[in-house]
Design a binder for this molecule. Structure first.
Ligand code: ASP
Ligand code: MG
Length: 405
């Protein structure tokens, strides 16, 4: 019997009725002759609510306690879903991450899976049960409960699919799949039938929040195909896979955007070895992820260093960076949090010329100023005024003819 792993996100299990809908879908999958494992997220905004509670009782909640607290959200969903199945006389059992054999390292709040021993899951499947696993959590060697970071249930699902030898991992959510651009901004956006792991990762890194990036990475490493589809319809979703076909490699697959970008400039930095590391090391240690970095050519061995971060990291970053700037003799630090970014993504870009100029032309035709540019082999990103982001996405979608099949 084929094993299938299906993951249902928070909005797909937000209330009792939606949990019932998921129960029905699992029964259908089982009745088609599969062994079914479901991974579930916490109901709706439960995780946000728990974090808020923790912040009400403590200014700096202990990280270990935080993980135990947050893990309960997923357990609520798993148990309720199992009860729904059992009351309709279907065989089912819920398992926490620990019971499911998901071992992690001890980095609380962002633990990494070190090993999965699916013995218990396999035993339950053999008994004909649908197995419901609480997502986003695991257990350390020392038996402490950990969580995998926000959005981590996707990673649980892909990890389990790999450990169980499933043919693919199915991620059910409130969108119909991966689109050429956000359909709320571009009504003509098209749902992609397929996208390769690398393109998907690049989209996620620049704001297309369909899935947890670590889950896509894991799928890529183990070549586990991941289907993203809606839990509210039976429409075909988007398959994230490896070995893209010739046709897909030849074009731009989509336009991603992120309206919440801030730019920080350290002005008047002495141009000498070790400066960049003295600025970026403390940020890395504080878990701030830095995106584009630009260092101007220096005049008289003095230069400016500009980098971008997520806008909600600005306060934290300025606090860390100001004393560092002072200690290396820089003039000042300035920030601007009114920026956003737009990116053109496609595996085809690594072989074809002219993509960048086409992007700049489309933006300039809309009189949108480009503040910073960064690229990878399969992506070009421009930092622009936050307010111009929707207009830019629409213009780029058109310029790269993404509405046409
Ligand atoms: N419930 C967790 C979160 O909201 C994990 C997840 O949904 O994947 O981040
Ligand atoms: Mg999610």
């Amino acid at each position: 019997m084929a094993i299938i792993v299906q993951k249902y996100g928070g909005s797909s299990v937000a209330d009792a009725e939606k949990i019932q809908n998921v129960a029905d879908r699992l029964v259908r999958a089982k009745e088609q002759g599969n062994s079914v494992v479901a991974v579930v997220s916490a109901m709706g905004k439960t995780t946000d609510g728990l974090i808020e509670l923790a912040n009400q009782v403590s200014t700096r909640p202990n990280r270990r306690e935080m993980d135990s607290l947050l893990s309960t959200g997923e357990i609520v969903t798993a148990t309720l879903l199992t009860m729904a199945l059992r009351s309709a006389r279907h065989r089912a059992i819920s398992l926490t991450g620990a019971q499911a054999g998901i071992k992690t390292d001890a980095s609380f709040n962002r633990a990494r899976i070190t090993d999965i021993s699916p013995k218990r899951i396999n035993e339950e499947l053999e008994r004909g049960r649908i197995v419901i696993v609480a997502g986003f959590q695991g257990i350390t060697e020392a038996m402490d409960v950990t969580t995998l970071g926000r959005g981590g249930s996707d990673t649980t699902a892909v990890g389990l699919a790999i450990a169980l030898g499933a043919d693919r991992c199915e991620i059910y959510t409130d969108v119909e799949g991966v689109y050429t651009a956000d359909p709320r901004i571009v009504p003509e956006a098209r749902k992609l039938e397929g996208i390769d792991y690398e393109e998907m990762l690049e989209s996620a890194s620049v704001g297309a929040k369909v899935m947890h990036s670590r889950a896509v990475e894991l799928g890529w490493v183990y070549n586990m195909p991941i289907l993203v589809a809606s839990s509210f319809s039976d429409n075909a979703g988007t398959l994230i896979h490896g070995g893209a076909s010739m046709e897909i490699r030849n074009k731009v697959s989509g336009i991603a955007h992120d309206p919440n970008i801030a730019k920080i400039t350290v002005v008047g930095v002495p141009d000498q070895p070790g400066i960049a590391s003295s600025i970026f090391e403390p940020l890395a240690n504080a878990g701030v992820s830095v995106d584009s970095i630009v260092q101007n050519a220096s005049v008289n061995r003095i230069t400016d260093l500009t980098f971008t971060i997520a806008s909600n990291d600005v306060d934290n970053t300025m606090q860390i960076i100001k004393p560092v700037a002072e200690s290396i003799g820089a003039k000042e630090c300035v920030s601007d949090s009114t920026l956003g970014k737009v990116s053109v993504i496609g595996a085809g870009m690594q072989t074809g010329p002219g993509y960048a100029s086409r992007m700049f032309r489309a933006l300039s035709d809309e009189e949108i100023n480009v503040e910073l540019i960064s690229t990878s082999e399969i992506r070009i990103t421009c930092i622009i005024d936050e307010e111009k982001v929707p207009q830019a996405v629409r213009a780029l979608h058109k310029a790269f003819e993404l509405e046409a099949e």
